[in-house]
Design a protein around this ligand. Structure first.
Ligand SMILES: *[C@@H]1O[C@H](CO)[C@@H](O)[C@H](O)[C@H]1NC(C)=O
Ligand SMILES: *[C@@H]1O[C@H](CO)[C@@H](O)[C@H](O)[C@H]1NC(C)=O
Ligand SMILES: *[C@@H]1O[C@H](CO)[C@@H](O)[C@H](O)[C@H]1NC(C)=O
Ligand SMILES: *[C@@H]1O[C@H](CO)[C@@H](O)[C@H](O)[C@H]1NC(C)=O
Ligand SMILES: *[C@@H]1O[C@H](CO)[C@@H](O)[C@H](O)[C@H]1NC(C)=O
Ligand SMILES: *[C@@H]1O[C@H](CO)[C@@H](O)[C@H](O)[C@H]1NC(C)=O
Length: 831
């Protein structure tokens, strides 16, 4: 049963040992069984270091600022009430109204929001500007923002990252001119930090990039050539099938790659093809290894970069496939092979081999998500569907935030067996068919008021002088023209304006307790909102029947897919819609009779961005939020060299917060529980990967000094933004909007460290240094750790309204700083 030893492999070893490998001409490969010949590779296998995608253009777009700083229609009047020297501390902490909603009984957080068709105000369009390239028909809506989207976008040549492995269709390119599926795993010491010429000693690097195109191993077949097609099928929340076929008419021969996030092996299901396993390095040896399970044939493949990979073949007819080294760059199997080939890389802990052995033959094909929330306890369970040798346990890779929240029941965590991921720290091997991840501190008490995660309290009772100050601001700001500020050509900017007024009216109600003012404001806000809920805004939303979602009609005009930040191509839906959902939650809280006529419209936005259930077949399940990564991907239907990305952790959080508040207001306890669970998961994930305290134990130390990721891609982290590289943009886009959820995600320690590193001691002052709305954002964020200075800034007598962006108000910032404790006498004004 043991395949014969391989003379070529030994020869290669000797040549490399002698340093002769450069002198060896590429070996002409000729497969006798099929007579198929492949072009020679002229690339030197030994020096292949991959390509660096350093440009943001690789992501397909560059956008505008997140706000227009001058949307205010009336200049803000000077405030008349100066800040008292030391405000008397009469504020008292009150438990939140939300305590009434805590669910002691367990709630399923993944119940459908609704299942009916999109409401009648939305026109349906059957055509979408982005073609559904080689996607096989499926009965459920297509996913647009998942890790595998590059496989149906553009020319299909960019990679998909399952972590820790990345898969890329070689498409006739690469070192071997292969037509197979390339597997890449970048070691920790192969990451590229830069730019080297601009990084000063002791300063953090601007970016971390993982080279692409190295092609550690390529799973291919002799029959794959220029007619090869890549198709996808079963586009799902955690998984997809990628299918390579020699031509698009034949379905008798193919390689199917069941791709699942965190998969332990790269698995290829061959149907009637001649396996070729290729590499962009050089293969030193292919060694058959004895294997207890006689249905599996195991090989150890040593590459000239020092890494060893394992190949497990499970032929459908139990017969030794006799994989042999046919050149420095490839291994050949038998013609007409059907069966499973699995690949895994030996990690620095050699015991990984025994772990792989135990799980060889079984693989995940998809995953189901279930959950349970009771009071402040929540959990979610990812259960994999298995195929192959299903009696065996599954090995999967867990990200650092999983390891910190995994329940031990039914699984075993192998803490020493790790492989580094591209941008999420080191992955850890976990054996088990289902993971339950536990969050025990859900922010159930967080409501509309400024909130503190330690005390779980909200503070809405302020001294009369503070009330007077906020009241002056609120009366002035609510005299502005809400419709004019929100009737814009962008869902993003419109939503931000509406949400701004919603927070002011909330303050008028629960803090100022001025019902006259509430009524005045609410009347105008409801009117402005109705432009959208009747779908009469400048670019109405349409139900896109091609992909299954609610998109702006702006991008249909002249294929202007980048209009409104790419909304039509499914960019940023959670950002855009979060502001409308939050606004609706405030309106519904203040005016419950408004809900009846508006609930379906708001729920449509919820369902588009975040449908929790397969029972709702109008939208894909969790378009934006990724339950493997613990955060959303903003990037929609644009091919991108570094795959999916997200630029604003805070607007991601804003969606979960809006969901929670809307669920609370409409009495959808499943939705409210889901929002709370997502907030806790986001806190854990973002604090690992996006927002770095100095003692962050996940990310490379060279990067932590940036404090925030900037744009986090699947394959790159770049401390920048799509709209400019000013420091206040990069840090600030992870702050806005400052709302009650900010304190949960952005810890006091983190905010203090970030402030002291970048903004303290004159770095923001004088005003010339940070201008416009960014100045307000920085000072509102300061309320998370130094609320007194924040309050003093916003309450200064000659406050300049140019420091408020189009989504920000003095009313809310004053209330927020005061609610965080900014008017206590101990923290007196610095201004
Ligand atoms: C299959 O090939 C034909 C002709 O070469 C082409 O017109 C068609 O678009 C291809 N279909 C797919 C799914 O690639
Ligand atoms: C929450 O979990 C803790 C322990 O983890 C337990 O003591 C408590 O009873 C749980 N609460 C609910 C409401 O289930
Ligand atoms: C894990 O690694 C540590 C440090 O190398 C070692 O001391 C320990 O024995 C290892 N544990 C296992 C279970 O292999
Ligand atoms: C309440 O707001 C109205 C403006 O709508 C204002 O005229 C009135 O003075 C406010 N009342 C208090 C007590 O501040
Ligand atoms: C990740 O693994 C590499 C070795 O592969 C190690 O050097 C690095 O310190 C690890 N990082 C963390 C955060 O453990
Ligand atoms: C407010 O700030 C802007 C920009 O810094 C400045 O141009 C303007 O003169 C200021 N307005 C007042 C009233 O100080």
């Amino acid at each position: 049963m043991i395949p014969r030893s391989n003379i070529l492999a030994q020869l290669a070893t000797i040549l490399v040992a002698l340093g002769l490998v450069h002198a060896v001409p590429p070996v002409r490969r000729f497969n006798q069984a099929s007579g198929i010949q492949k072009p020679e590779s002229t690339i030197n296998h030994v020096t292949n270091t991959g390509t660096l995608l350093t440009s943001l253009e690789m992501a397909g777009y560059v956008t505008s600022l997140p706000f227009v700083t001058s949307t205010a229609t009336s200049p803000f009047p000077k405030l008349k009430t100066p800040l008292p020297e030391a405000a008397p501390q009469v504020s008292q902490k009150v438990p939140l109204a939300l305590t009434t909603s805590i669910h002691e009984i367990a709630v399923d957080p993944f119940k459908p929001v609704a299942t009916g068709a999109a409401p009648s105000q939305f026109t349906t369009r059957n055509q979408h500007p982005v073609p559904r390239l080689n996607i096989q028909q499926q009965s459920s809506p297509l996913q647009t923002n998942k890790f595998y989207a590059n496989f149906y976008l553009g020319d299909q040549s960019f990679g998909s990252f399952v972590h820790p492995y990345g898969l890329t269709w070689s498409k006739g390119g690469g070192p071997m001119s292969s037509w197979g599926m390339a597997i890449d795993h970048i070691d920790y010491n192969e990451k590229v930090y830069g730019p080297t010429e601009k990084t000063l000693p002791g300063q953090p690097v601007q970016y971390i990039i993982n080279p692409v195109g190295i092609q550690d191993l390529v799973l291919s077949a002799a029959e794959l050539g220029s007619g090869t097609t890549l198709q996808t099928s079963k586009l799902d929340t955690f998984s997809v099938n990628a299918i390579l076929s020699p031509s698009n008419v034949s379905n008798t021969a193919s390689i199917t790659f069941p791709m699942v996030q965190g998969m332990g092996f790269v698995t290829a299901v061959y149907k009637n093809l001649t396996p070729w396993i290729e590499t962009g390095h050089a293969i030193l040896s292919v060694t058959p290894k004895p294997f207890a399970d006689k249905s599996i044939f195991k090989y150890s493949v040593a590459l000239n970069n020092g890494n060893t990979w394992l190949v497990y073949a499970t032929p459908s007819i139990q017969q030794d496939p006799k994989f042999t080294l046919s050149s420095l760059g490839s291994i050949t199997g038998p013609a007409g092979f059907s069966g499973v080939i699995q690949i895994a890389k030996i990690s620095s802990d050699k015991s990984s081999e025994a772990l792989y052995d135990a799980s060889a033959g079984v693989y995940a094909t998809s995953a189901a998500l279930t959950g349970n929330v009771a009071s402040t306890n929540g959990s979610y369970t990812i259960t994999w569907t298995k195929a192959g040798a299903t009696c065996k346990p599954l090995t999967m890779w867990a990200l650092p935030h999983h390891v910190k929240s995994l329940s031990n029941s039914g699984i075993k965590i192998y803490r020493n067996i790790t492989l580094t991921t591209t941008t999420k720290g080191n992955a850890t091997a976990v054996v088990g068919d289902a993971w339950t991840l536990v969050e025990t501190n859900l922010p159930t008490s967080m409501g509309f008021a400024p909130w503190d995660p330690d005390s779980k309290m909200s503070n809405t009772n302020f001294p009369s002088s503070v009330i007077a100050k906020i009241s002056t601001a609120a009366i002035s700001e609510l005299s502005e023209d809400i419709s004019a500020q929100s009737n814009l050509n962008s869902m993003y900017y419109s939503g931000k304006a509406l949400a701004k007024f919603a927070s002011i009216i909330y303050v008028a109600k629960d803090i100022l307790k001025n019902d006259t003012l509430v009524t005045q404001g609410l009347t105008k806000l409801e009117k402005a909102f109705s432009l959208f809920s009747t779908n009469q805004q400048q670019f109405p939303l349409v139900y896109d029947n091609a992909w299954g979602g609610l998109v702006s009609s702006a991008g249909y005009i002249n294929n202007a897919l980048l209009a409104d930040f790419g909304n039509t191509a499914y960019n940023d839906h959670h950002f855009h819609y979060s502001y409308f959902i939050y606004t609706a939650a405030v309106i519904g809280y203040l005016d419950p009779k408004w809900l009846n006529a508006n609930k379906d419209w708001v729920n449509s936005l919820v369902r588009d961005a975040s449908n929790p259930s397969k029972l709702d077949n109008v939208y894909p399940v969790f378009r934006m939020f990724d339950w493997y990564h613990g955060h959303s991907w903003a990037h929609g239907l644009f091919p991108a060299g570094d795959s999916k990305d997200e630029e604003s952790s805070s607007e991601d959080t804003n969606f979960a917060y809006a969901l929670k508040m809307w669920g609370h207001v409409i009495g959808d306890s499943s939705m409210e529980a889901r929002g709370n669970l997502m907030l806790s998961v986001l806190a854990r994930s973002l604090q690992s990967y996006f927002l770095y305290e100095d003692d962050n134990d996940v990310m490379p130390p060279q990067f932590i000094g940036n404090k925030v990721s900037g744009i986090l891609f699947e394959n790159k982290i770049d401390h920048t933004t799509y709209f400019g590289s000013a420091l206040e943009y990069i840090q600030g886009i992870h702050m806005l909007p400052i709302l009650p959820h900010s304190a949960l995600i952005r810890t006091r320690k983190f905010v203090q460290e970030e402030w002291e590193r970048f903004f303290a001691e004159g770095a923001v002052d004088p005003a010339s240094k940070v201008q416009g709305g960014w100045r307000g954002i920085l000072y509102a964020n300061l309320a998370l750790y130094d609320p007194a200075t924040s309050y003093a800034f916003f309450s200064q007598p000659n406050f300049n309204a140019s420091y408020l962006d189009g989504g920000a108000s003095l009313t809310w910032y004053l209330a927020y700083a005061a609610g965080r404790g900014g008017t206590a006498p101990s923290g007196c004004s610095h201004v």
